[in-house]
Design a protein around this ligand. Structure first.
Ligand code: PMP
Length: 431
């Protein structure tokens, strides 16, 4: 049988790379089939190795809010590269970047650049522990904060018991310091804070969850976390790796007007280059080395190419806040028309949208947390996903990932997507 290029490359890749991919979400595990290998993209159109074109709703899992190969980002990377790809010494662009972040997010007095969202979240909890002298952290089931050991912990048997490692290689010792609460459930948080009195360093939360599909915070949830943290002298960390610079200039903090003590960033902040960052109040950030004793470092942190790309992208967002309005209008347009199509097919669904993040759950349940997200019909999603792919629509290859829209999507592209969804849903219904 003649293989297409993605099939051929995937076979080759598996010979040298675990599972053929450098990050598991790419492997199409939850939807089955062969991952598509891409070679180029421009705006919202992404082209695979066989020259098939797709309308892209992944956007590299979030960074491409201004579309692929956004000219100012490309130019900034090209220009910077002529002056060396790395110094491992301070550069002016790092100051410009930090100032711009502060301008866009006023409670980030100090920011430290790292190389991924994972690093940002790992570092943020270390800082919270160093600052408070407390050991445990609370996170929420179904939130993702990267692959740091402390985050790969699931709830133990019975709600709200001690955590258990969710990956081999994570020790029980680490697991005991991570407590799992239920998203959108303040009572579960309060109970953990009471049970672990004076020993919870931080609550880390995705202010809008994007890693169990898109799930918004219920009214009062983020405000409640803020109050509980104040009451218990616990550091509130917003993981804005997905939501930062996406849901508004100031991210989820600005959108919901709830301000965390520490914030973590990734994705958009790097314009598609490997960047993460954590920052917050000066008082807390002053514990970070070399000012304080909490160690945190990186050979390539603040890398000139990465900073130049991120600065170009953030500058555009900073100068053109109308982008957020346009993006929201486009996403609402997509949502309304998807709802119409889903209703016409008489399907059970729950559709969540916040700003330019959106996802469909195929379930009769109201989806507000991990448990309800898990009621989505995964088999149905698989068929839907592949039928969309065949029609040139590249969705995240998992029922538990948010779609990320870019402002380079046109209304024609959105209409094509809706047409494809109509056909794909019709087929998925029959299977
Ligand atoms: N936090 C959140 C909310 C994320 O969505 C992700 C990645 N999807 C991370 C942290 C980890 O970021 P990275 O993959 O850059 O390590």
């Amino acid at each position: 049988m003649l293989l297409n290029k993605s099939e051929f490359l995937f076979k080759q890749a598996q010979k040298f790379i675990p599972g053929g991919v450098n990050s598991p979400a790419r492997a199409f595990k939850s939807v089955g089939g062969i991952p598509v290998f891409f070679k180029k993209a421009k705006g919202s159109i992404i082209t695979d190795e066989d020259e098939n074109e797709y309308i892209d709703y992944v956007g590299s899992w979030g960074p491409m809010i201004l579309g692929h190969a956004y000219p100012p980002v490309i130019k900034a990377v090209q220009d910077a590269s002529f002056n060396s790809t790395s110094f491992g010494a301070p550069t002016e662009i790092e100051i410009k970047m930090a100032e711009l972040v502060r301008q866009m997010v006023p409670n980030v007095d100090r920011v430290r650049m790292v190389n991924s969202g994972t690093e940002a979240c790992m570092s943020a909890i270390r800082v919270a522990r160093g600052y408070t002298g407390k050991e445990k952290i609370i996170k929420f089931e179904g939130n993702y904060h990267g692959h740091g050991d402390s985050f790969l912990i699931k709830a133990g048997s019975g709600a709200l018991t001690l955590g258990k490692p969710s990956s081999p290689g994570v020790t029980e010792g680490t697991a005991k310091d991570t407590l799992n609460a239920n998203y959108n459930d303040l009572d579960s948080v309060e109970e953990l804070l009471k049970k672990n009195k004076d020993n919870v360093a931080a609550i880390i939360v995705e202010p809008v969850a994007g890693n169990m599909g898109c799930i918004p915070p219920q009214p009062g949830f983020l405000e409640g976390l803020r109050e509980l943290c104040d009451e218990h002298e616990t550091v509130l960390i917003f993981d804005e790796v997905m939501t930062g610079f996406r849901l508004s200039r100031g991210g989820a903090q600005e959108r919901y007007n709830v301000w965390a003590d520490l914030v973590t960033y990734g994705k958009i902040i790097g314009g598609g280059l490997p960047v993460g960052a954590f920052g917050g109040k000066k008082e807390i950030m002053d514990v970070v080395a070399p000012v304080g004793d909490v160690y945190q470092a990186g050979t390539l942190s603040g890398n000139p190419l990465a900073m130049s790309a991120g600065f170009a992208q953030l500058s555009a967002l900073d100068k053109h806040p109308e982008i957020y309005v346009e993006l929201e209008e486009k996403t609402e347009y997509l949502k309304k028309r998807l709802q119409t199509v889903l209703n016409e097919h008489e399907l059970d669904y729950y559709l969540n949208q916040v700003g330019s993040m959106i996802s469909i759950f195929f379930t009769p349940e109201v989806v507000t947390d991990f448990k309800t997200a898990n009621t989505t019909n995964q088999e149905f999603f698989k068929v839907f996903f592949h039928e969309m792919l065949k029609r040139g629509i590249y969705l995240p290859p998992s029922p538990f990932e948010s779609w990320f829209l870019s402002n380079t999507l046109t209304y024609d592209m959105l209409d094509d997507t809706i047409q494809a969804a109509d056909e794909a849903l019709g087929i998925a219904k029959l299977k």
